[in-house]
Write a protein that binds this ligand. Structure first.
Ligand code: ADP
Ligand code: NA
Length: 332
């Protein structure tokens, strides 16, 4: 009964990676042209759940916007905006803090990972993060959220919050949102350790490919990527227990808009000494123009700010009535 609508967000916490691009942004662009309304956000209120230097946050927010646009998001087709410029996110987030249960939040693996051993010293915002994320999605009655695999548990929590709200108030108001986790790039791994996710939030991992990297940096990082000594298999089974090889094949498949089985039919039997230069060429062809365009956009920060203000104005025309109806349901 809910009109299809797509929402997703990325934290402006600096250093967008190839994982963010292939797992999220590239898919945002594909969904933009599906005929469904699309909203894409820089979730700055999420970023500050851990300390951010104010100047860096301002820079990283614009850089993320530049990354979105350079990758092909069109501000005329998608609403691009900052979370903090649409106050209804935080307002509905508070309501959801009163719907979500402590036990639900304590089970979140991202909370456990990010808070580490010293939970007492983590911010209250870090704990409440998934409740605000539910608000980001549900303030637009979004039905579909393209994300990487690491966000699956948060979308399940979003569904639980929608269901509990609807039950508590005896309404059918919030949609039960579907995560859209598909394709070969739902979890791009680190190039130095195939058991870890490539993440912008891991500053110690210098192997990661950033969206701002130039052609030389991209090629060098692929050349240095950890591999095993065997040739590539020609079938998927042959990638089992070979996480580094599987990751590079997945990256190749995602960049070429293909799938791993098709790639293996083409490159099966090749050594990494032959495959890595092929992958480097493909990655440079695809990514270097995006980083060049990002740099050009960053030379006009006022233009970026104007696009984001316009996006926020349009987003508020959806968010404000939904907040008003929510308050009305609650008795406020
Ligand atoms: P990060 O985890 O890099 O700090 P965010 O938490 O802001 O990034 O996530 C932004 C989006 O990018 C989410 O949809 C997330 O699932 C996706 N994403 C992050 N890292 C990867 C990865 N290595 N592979 C695929 N998708 C990823
Ligand atoms: Na993440």
């Amino acid at each position: 009964t809910h009109t299809p609508r797509v929402f997703s967000g990325i934290q402006p916490s600096g250093g967008l990676t190839l994982g963010n691009y292939l797992g999220a942004i590239k898919r945002f662009v594909e969904m933009q042209d599906s005929g469904i309304e699309t909203l894409y956000c820089m979730v700055d209120l999420h970023a500050i759940t851990v300390w951010q230097d104010p100047e860096a946050l301002r820079h990283n927010t614009r850089e993320l916007a530049a990354g979105y646009i350079a990758a092909g998001l069109d501000p005329a087709k998608s609403m691009l905006f900052n979370q903090s410029q649409v106050p209804e996110h935080a307002q509905l987030g508070w309501v959801f803090n009163c719907v979500a249960r402590m036990g639900w939040m304590q089970r979140m693996t991202q909370w456990k990972d990010k808070a580490g051993k010293n939970q007492q010293n983590a911010s209250l915002g870090l704990f409440a993060y998934p409740s605000l994320m539910a608000a980001d999605i549900l303030i637009y009655h979004a039905t579909h959220v393209p994300v990487g695999e690491d966000q699956k548990q948060h979308i399940e929590l979003t569904r639980d919050i929608a269901i509990k709200f609807n039950n508590d108030y005896g309404v059918d108001f919030f949609p039960v949102t579907e995560p859209v986790i598909e394709g070969v790039a739902t979890r791009i791994m680190s190039l130095r350790d195939g058991s870890k996710k490539m993440s912008k939030s891991d500053p110690s991992d210098m192997s990661r490919i950033n969206m701002t990297d130039d052609a030389d940096a991209i090629a060098t990082k692929i050349r240095k990527a950890r591999t095993d000594p065997d040739a590539l298999p020609s079938e998927l089974d042959g990638l089992e227990d070979r996480p580094e090889a599987r990751n590079l094949v997945n990256i190749y498949a995602a960049l070429s808009g293909s799938d791993a089985a098709t790639v293996l039919r083409e490159v099966g039997g090749k050594q990494f000494s032959e495959f890595k230069p092929m992958l480097a060429d493909l990655a440079v062809d695809h990514m270097a123009p995006i980083s060049t365009r990002m740099a050009e956009l960053m030379d006009a920060p006022d233009e970026i700010d104007r696009i984001l203000t316009d996006g926020a104005d349009r987003a508020r025309t959806i968010a404000a009535p939904i907040l008003k109806q929510t308050y009305d349901i609650i008795g406020m």
